[in-house]
Design a protein around this ligand. Structure first.
Ligand code: UD1
Ligand code: MG
Length: 492
């Protein structure tokens, strides 16, 4: 935006109705804090400057805002004496030569707000010559909002707050969204004139409307179609409703981009997730953080992926994954747990009941069943047998296991790290591999099978185990007796 625009974001209020040790505007929805959503809408305007008013828990809120908007001006409001007071604190935080142009005031707890709506308000305001322009909404239940009071000519005469409204004023269903655009010179003159002679004893920013009319200036009202955009979340129930609405909006956007979402009711996608066209999402999927899914991949059902990159045409079924990379055409799940640092190569497989962590698994390598793979490097085309444990932890430190290309390790192996199995090597079932295996070798660690005859009869006499053993050996003796009579069925 080329005009001189200052945006003031109010975030000093306590948010006591959240009943939370986390400050209201820091509560996350769709992968961002509430104020993060507001600041992102504000950033899309490319305003000249952003001022944020902080108060309650400012030691958390301030740095959070600074991380998102590094050149923000932070203004401190020590006690929350009202929105008019908060804006005065913001105004005083700016040097006099920056108190110019158009000033937009928004609240930090309206996560559905979109940049386009702010832009439309600013455009309506800039051309109008009005001292103040209000973003208004028409709502079925105006309870709690400031009502827009119009004069006989239809001009905006005042905003009257819930507690100060007469019963007639309370009927009005045109409300102030709390988002206002000001002419800087007017705001500068009006702020010191706002009083606190009202039922809350607060300095109301909305009093500027009345002050503008007194000064012979006009006030504009710009009605927003989608009034949800300006709804604030005051408690957890409202937060959940807004989260659902925001999610619906995100899903609509992806479906328009060619993503198939089978069940929007059980699909949750964070705002920063990126999906290619022809991705299919089955029911019960959460795609979180900076997850990126490439074309033709099929995710779900019942999977949660956070900061996971999924390659073209990969298949992910009933999986929980974090900070992992799944290669093109790879197969994951069902019931797989991919922990940070998992990298599965193209056409590789991580199968049922497999947990992986910090594991680079090469192209076409497979870990199909019931295994823990931690701190590992598995070469391309290798196959890990069912029930394998990569014993990476000696109780003090973590160590790495390397399995070479095209190695075949058998079922129920333990790799005691650090250990290296060479390219093309094989291990026997039940092996505990403690020493490096040369390339191409077969490593076997379990001893030859030995039988201690009639052990059960001798060591477990009188038990069902011993009885079963006795009757089995009697059966064998009988079978041997009859077999001496010649083949069954012959001569009988
Ligand atoms: C405000 C408006 C009301 C509007 C409604 C829309 C006023 C007087 N009323 O009412 O017309 O319909 O928003 O949601 O402006 N804040 C501070 N410091 C303070 C007080 C508030 O930073 O001293 C911040 C809050 O954290 C919040 C925002 O300002 O982000 C709005 O304050 P809130 O108390 O929610 O005002 P409402 O009573 O909802
Ligand atoms: Mg409010």
């Amino acid at each position: 935006m080329r005009n001189d625009v200052t945006v003031i974001v109010l975030a000093a209020g306590g948010g006591t109705r959240m009943k939370s040790k986390t400050m209201k505007v820091l509560h996350p929805i769709a992968g961002r804090s509430m104020i993060g959503h507001v600041l992102s809408a504000v950033a899309s305007l490319e305003p000249t400057r952003v001022v944020a008013v902080v108060g309650n828990q400012r030691e958390q809120v301030g740095p959070h805002i600074q991380a998102l908007v590094p050149d923000v001006v932070l203004a401190v409001q020590e006690s929350q004496d009202g929105t008019g007071h908060a804006v005065r604190m913001a105004w005083e935080a700016l040097p006099a030569e920056q108190r110019t142009g158009t000033v937009v005031v928004a609240a930090g707890d309206t996560p559905l707000l979109e940049g386009e709506s702010l832009r439309a308000l600013i455009e309506a305001h800039t051309g109008s010559g009005d001292a103040v322009s209000i973003l208004t909404g028409i709502v079925a239940d105006p309870f709690g909002y400031g009502r827009i009071i119009r004069d006989d000519a239809g001009g905006v005469a005042a905003i009257v707050e819930e507690k100060d409204a007469t019963s007639e004023q309370a009927e009005v269903n045109e409300i102030s969204s709390g988002i206002l655009a000001f002419d800087a010179d007017f705001l500068d003159a009006a702020l010191p004139q706002i009083g606190n002679d009202n039922s809350k004893g607060e300095y109301y920013l909305t009093d500027t409307v009345h002050l503008a009319r007194q000064a012979g200036r006009t006030v504009g009202a710009f009605t927003i179609e989608d009034v949800n955009q300006t709804e604030g979340a005051n408690d957890r129930a409202q937060l959940a409703r807004l989260a659902r609405q925001l999610n619906d909006r995100i899903l609509e956007r992806w479906m328009k981009h060619g993503v198939t979402i089978i069940d929007p009711l059980t699909t949750w996608i964070d705002v920063d997730v990126k999906l290619a066209s022809d991705v299919t999402i089955l029911p019960g999927v959460q795609l979180l953080g900076a997850t990126v899914i490439a074309e033709d991949a099929v995710i779900g059902p019942d999977s949660t992926l956070k900061d996971v990159e999924v390659g073209v045409g990969a298949r992910v079924v009933r999986t929980h994954g974090e900070l992992a990379v799944i290669g093109a055409g790879a197969n994951v799940g069902p019931f797989s747990y991919l922990r940070p640092g998992t990298e599965l190569g193209a056409r590789g497989k991580i199968g049922a009941f497999v947990e992986t962590k910090n594991a680079q698994i090469g192209e076409e390598a497979k870990v199909p069943h019931l295994s823990y793979v931690g701190d590992a490097e598995i070469g391309e085309g290798a196959n890990i047998g069912a029930g394998t444990i990569f014993a990476n932890y000696d109780g003090i430190r973590k160590h790495k296991t390397i399995i070479g290309k095209h190695a075949k390790t058998s079922s129920n192996n333990t790799f005691v790290a650090p250990v290296h199995v060479g390219d093309g090597a094989t291990t026997g079932a039940g092996s505990v591999i403690r020493r490096d295996v040369p390339a191409g070798a077969l490593a076997v660690t379990s001893g030859p099978q030995r039988h201690y005859e009639e052990w059960a009869q001798r060591k477990r006499p009188g038990t069902k185990q011993a009885e079963a053993a006795v009757s089995a050996s009697e059966q064998t003796e009988n079978d041997e007796d009859t077999s001496q009579d010649g083949p069954p069925g012959v001569g009988d």
